[in-house]
Design a protein around this ligand. Structure first.
Ligand code: NAP
Ligand code: 8YV
Length: 319
């Protein structure tokens, strides 16, 4: 781009240095958290944002009359009002493909930690309690039936791993998938009735809000284990806390919460919950790949008018 003006990009969130540096090398980057005057706002052609940054709605887009593209650092884009973007002709991109295996690894780690009570066992040792007695025997993954709620890119990577663990697999999505041999259930409730582990990997947003409710938790049953790596909004957190307190289900492993980074004290107090601070994709290698794909989407857009990984709702805006 020597001799050419670099496109103005607004960073809505502070990205890690391994993303910020190449972003600033390629574009004229403005930082939203430093404030944005009207002249700068008028020059912004792209917005780079982060799944964890918070809701990016019409009010922000309205301030940016030259906005062409919003590039998300993350595959889930429930943080972006895509309808508002599409109605303004603004392209939206996300980061599919580069994080599936990492998130699936974490999901299996969380599942095993939750059922075999690994964090609790480690706390037992560190507290010097082993000298006083063995850690209590745990429940088992053996003989369980695992339901995957959302058999998409990450859900399939989870299923591939579960096959190696020799457990039965079933799934629910809005449609039965051609060429998938696992039993399909038409509702989340029907899936929960058929399994005793539910792994939640659907996208967040209005369509899935509260999909795992008190009835689904009841159907999972007293030996049931809930694993959520999708979005906190998918699970009714109040109903989940009650289910953990009352033994309606056995245990839960959660990487995501309704109001991150806040985690309700009643959830933290539960010994039958394993809680992680949204680290599914959180390795240096995978976050670097996500940042690079976000930047590559912007570069491709400015060079060719076509994004690399547009979200479905704005795919028609490819030039
Ligand atoms: P994906 O490939 O789009 O798969 C999503 C799956 O969910 C599809 O199989 C889809 O099947 C199903 N689904 C969508 N809407 C549904 C609904 N209303 N009811 C039931 N099923 C529905 O997405 P992905 O790449 O696997 O990512 C899934 C989500 O994981 C992301 O959106 C994000 O929220 C989350 N995530 C979390 C982390 C983390 O760090 N914890 C990291 C990455 C992603 P149908 O179309 O047949 O319904
Ligand atoms: C990250 C995610 O936590 O991709 C997603 O949807 O939730 C995660 O990969 C996030 O994007 C990092 O900010």
């Amino acid at each position: 781009m020597r001799g050419m003006t670099k496109p103005a990009v607004l960073a809505a969130a502070p990205f890690p240095p391994f993303t910020m540096q190449p972003l600033e090398a390629a574009f004229a980057v403005h930082r939203l958290w430093d404030g944005l005057d009207d002249a700068a706002a008028g020059s912004i052609r792209a917005l780079a944002t982060n799944t964890l940054f918070g809701r990016l709605g019409a009010e922000v887009m309205n301030r940016l009359p030259a906005l062409e593209i919003i590039a998300n650092f993350g595959v889930g884009y429930d943080n972006i009002d895509v309808a508002a973007a599409a109605s303004r002709g603004v392209m939206v991109t996300n980061t599919p493909g580069v994080l599936d295996e990492e998130v699936a690894d974490l999901t299996l780690g969380l599942l095993l930690s939750t059922i075999r009570r690994l964090p609790q066992a480690e706390r037992h040792l560190r507290a010097g309690l082993w000298e006083q007695g063995a850690f209590p025997l745990s429940p088992t993954l053996r003989g369980r039936r695992v339901g995957i709620l959302g058999l998409g890119a990450i859900g399939k990577a989870v299923a591939r791993r579960l096959e190696g663990f020799g457990v039965a697999i079933a799934y629910h999505g809005r449609t039965r998938q051609e060429g998938v041999a696992y039993p399909w259930y038409p509702t989340a409730l029907a899936l929960a009735e058929a399994v005793d582990v539910l792994v939640v990997v659907v996208p967040g947003g209005a369509a899935t809000a509260g999909l795992v409710d008190a009835a689904v938790l009841r159907a999972l049953g007293p030996q049931g284990v809930l694993i959520n790596v999708s979005r906190g909004s998918v699970v009714d957190e109040v109903a989940l806390i009650a289910a953990l307190q009352q033994g309606t289900i056995l245990a839960a492993g959660l990487d995501v919460f309704t109001r991150e980074p806040h985690v309700p004290a009643d959830l933290v107090a539960q010994d039958n919950a394993v809680l992680l601070p949204h680290v599914g994709s959180g390795s240096v290698a995978t976050r670097t790949a996500m940042g690079q794909l976000m930047i590559d989407n912007l570069s491709a857009w400015f060079a060719t008018g076509r994004a690399l990984t547009p979200v479905a709702e704005t795919r028609h805006l490819q030039r």
